[in-house]
Design a binder for this molecule. Structure first.
Ligand SMILES: [Zn+2]
Ligand SMILES: [Zn+2]
Length: 316
C-alpha cells in the first residue's frame, strides 16, 4: 500500500489550484481554455448532456445531488508544514515556495458527513466551533459539524483549515455569505501521499445544517440506486467532475476515463486518468467514474498531466 501510494505521489502532475481571486483575464488566458466549452453550469445540466445509454433521470439526479454537496473552498494561508517536494521526487510540492505566507487560492470539495449537535449533546461534544463562536464568551450550544472531502494540496493541515472558508450553493453566482458558508476547524485526516483529505467544519446556522443533512441523505439514496443500476464493467468509461473552475460558479463536466491502475477492481487506491474538463480551481472536486465493477467510484480531482487529468485515490 505504501509502495503504491509513493508511486502515485511521485507522479503528481500540475496541481489545479487557482491563485488569487477569479478573474476574466485568467479565464481568457487559461492554458486549458479549449476545454472551457465542456463546462456545463450546474443549473443548466440536463439528461441530454449525458452520453447515449446514460441519459437516465435518476443518474442525472444523482449527479445533481453530488453537485448540491460540492463546495467552493477559499484558502488564505500556506502552512509552513507543507513538504518542499512531492514525496522523494524533485517536483516542488504545490505552494511550497510560499510556506508561511498568505496566498489566497481556491479549490473544490464535497460535503461528506453532517451531524447536528443539540444543547444536550453539547455537554459532551462542546460548544460551536465556528469562527464567531470561538471568539465569543457565549458560544452557541446548538450547532452542526460538517465533514468536507478534498485534497491536501488544497488545504494541507489545520493551520490552513482555520484560514479556509467553505461556500455552498455557489450555483448561479459566487456570493459567499454567512448564510451559505461553513468554517474550517481542523483536519480529520490527511493522506499526503494519496492526495486525499477530510476537513472538519462547523456552523451554528441550523437551517443550513438541516438542508445539508437532507441533501446528504438524498445523495446516499441515489448513490445506492445508481450503483445497482449501472454496476459494471461496461465498455463505456464515463467520468464526471463537479467543480468550481477558476473559482467561478459550479459546473459539471462529462468525459471519459482512459486508463487507470487496477481498473475494474475494488481497490480503493485506484487512480484514474480522464479527459473530462478541469481547470485551476478544480483541485479536490468530486470525480466519479462509471463502467467499473464498483460503480460509481468517487475520488478527489488531483492534478493535470499533459492533456489528461488525474484523480487521487479513494477518500477514507
Ligand atoms: Zn457558531
Ligand atoms: Zn480554464
Amino acid at each position: 500500500m505504501i509502495k503504491r501510494a509513493e508511486k502515485i505521489h511521485s507522479k503528481m502532475g500540475d496541481e489545479e489550484l487557482l491563485l488569487e481571486s477569479n478573474s476574466k483575464v485568467r479565464w481568457d488566458n487559461c492554458p486549458k481554455r479549449s476545454g472551457h466549452a465542456a463546462f456545463i453550469p450546474v443549473n443548466e445540466f440536463r439528461r441530454h448532456h449525458l452520453p447515449a445509454g446514460y441519459q437516465d433521470e435518476e443518474l442525472k439526479e444523482f449527479i445533481l445531488s453530488v453537485a448540491a454537496l460540492t463546495t467552493l473552498i477559499t484558502v488564505d494561508y500556506v502552512s509552513p508544514n507543507r513538504p518542499l517536494t512531492v514525496s522523494d521526487s524533485q517536483t516542488p510540492y504545490p505552494f511550497s515556495n510560499r510556506r508561511g505566507l498568505f496566498a489566497k487560492r481556491t479549490g473544490s470539495g464535497m460535503v461528506w458527513e453532517v451531524k447536528k449537535i443539540t444543547e444536550k449533546d453539547s455537554e459532551e461534544s462542546g460548544t460551536c466551533l465556528c469562527f464567531q463562536c470561538r471568539r465569543s464568551p457565549t458560544p452557541r450550544k446548538e450547532w452542526g459539524l460538517v465533514q468536507v472531502l478534498t485534497a491536501p494540496h488544497v488545504v494541507f493541515d489545520s493551520e490552513e483549515v482555520v484560514c479556509s472558508k467553505f461556500s455552498l450553493f455557489q450555483d448561479s453566482e459566487v456570493n459567499e455569505t454567512a448564510e451559505n458558508s461553513i468554517d474550517g476547524v481542523e483536519t480529520v485526516y490527511t493522506m499526503v501521499d494519496n492526495d486525499a483529505s477530510c476537513i472538519k467544519c462547523a456552523t451554528h446556522n441550523l437551517d443550513l445544517i438541516d438542508k445539508l443533512e437532507t441533501l446528504f441523505l438524498k445523495y446516499l439514496k441515489l448513490y445506492l440506486n445508481v450503483k445497482e443500476r449501472f454496476k459494471g464493467p461496461h465498455i463505456d468509461k464515463i467520468c464526471i467532475v463537479v467543480s468550481h473552475p477558476h473559482g467561478y460558479t459550479k459546473h459539471v463536466s462529462v468525459g471519459t476515463w482512459s486508463s487507470s491502475e487496477g481498473a475494474g477492481s475494488l481497490l480503493p487506491d485506484t487512480r484514474y486518468t480522464y479527459s473530462t474538463s478541469t481547470c485551476p480551481g478544480s483541485s479536490g472536486s468530486p470525480v466519479f467514474v462509471m463502467g467499473t465493477q464498483w460503480c460509481p467510484i468517487i475520488r478527489p480531482h488531483s492534478c493535470s498531466v499533459g492533456k489528461n487529468n488525474e484523480s487521487s485515490v479513494y477518500w477514507g
